[in-house]
Design a protein around this ligand. Structure first.
Ligand SMILES: Nc1ncnc2c1ncn2[C@@H]1O[C@H](COP(=O)(O)OP(=O)(O)OP(=O)(O)O)[C@@H](O)[C@H]1O
Ligand SMILES: [Mg+2]
Length: 238
């Protein structure tokens, strides 16, 4: 592991019963990096995020963050799940502040709700929100703990194109401001190439290809197109 690698995934395999859902996964993510995982449905992307978050154990192999083995819940990471998992009996703001006992929780929640443009829904219950609004609440909630490592599983899937673009920009702004490390799972190849400086293609439960994305953020559509095409070809051909 290089000195600055934040996350080191070494030779990880995961089985569910007889199903081999992650095969010999090796990857290192540097502190402050923004990387993306793309690939066909069922390939094991969410499973890998759950292992990084310490929500599940590997079958073989090891994950380390900051040099420490991840075992049990990883307190320095937060996941925004594919489904928003909001608590229906709490208001939007209560969902944000729920697990946060710090003095600044109230102010932090207000500030994040403003950033995701949901201030007016602070006292609403999740059932009264649209799918995209719920996703934005889930994003704000994941950011409450100021995680060192933010794991985003299809965070913007339910958003219209314009809101999606705005939320991509917001995530990039927060990544820069907070100097977080981000792992983004997305089915949108353009989104992966727009946001990440490295893209891992997962197919058949393995990482089959890694692409470096040397263009600097913010990336224009012209910057994105050539690499997005390569990534897409790799997904289609695996
Ligand atoms: N708790 C579980 N028990 C048994 N099998 C599981 C479990 N979770 C996931 N799997 C299986 O592991 C495989 C990988 O699932 P995973 O959710 O990681 O895929 P994914 O790449 O995130 O897919 P998608 O893009 O559709 O979200 C799938 O075949 C799935 O059925
Ligand atoms: Mg998934």
């Amino acid at each position: 592991m290089t000195a600055s690698a934040l996350l080191d995934v070494k030779d990880v395999n995961k089985y569910y019963g007889d199903a081999h859902v992650l095969r010999d996964i090796d990857l290192q993510i540097q502190r402050g990096e923004f990387v993306a995982l793309v690939g066909q449905s069922g390939g094991g992307k969410s499973t890998l995020l759950r292992l990084i978050a310490g929500l599940e154990d590997t079958t073989t192999g090891e994950l380390r963050q900051d040099g420490h083995a991840i075992s049990g819940l990883n307190p320095d990471s937060r996941v925004m799940f594919q489904n928003d998992r909001l608590l229906p009996w709490l208001t939007v703001k209560e969902n944000l502040a729920f697990a946060d006992k710090s003095k600044s929780a109230d102010a932090d929640a207000d500030q994040l709700l403003q950033r995701v443009e949901l201030t007016e829904f602070a006292n609403a219950y999740p059932a009264a929100l649209s799918g995209g609004q719920r996703q934005r609440v889930a994003l704000a909630r994941a950011l409450m703990a100021k995680p060192e490592l933010l794991l985003l599983d299809e965070p913007l899937g339910a958003l219209d194109a314009l809101t999606r673009r705005k939320m991509q920009d917001l995530i990039l702004q927060l990544w820069t401001e907070r100097k977080m490390t981000v792992v983004l799972v997305t089915h949108d190849v353009n989104e992966a190439v727009r946001m990440a400086s490295r893209i891992f293609v997962v197919a058949e439960h393995e990482i089959v290809q890694t692409y470096e994305n040397p263009t600097e953020c913010p990336r224009s559509d012209e910057d994105i197109a050539p690499l997005a095409q390569k990534v897409l070809d790799t997904i289609v051909n695996n």
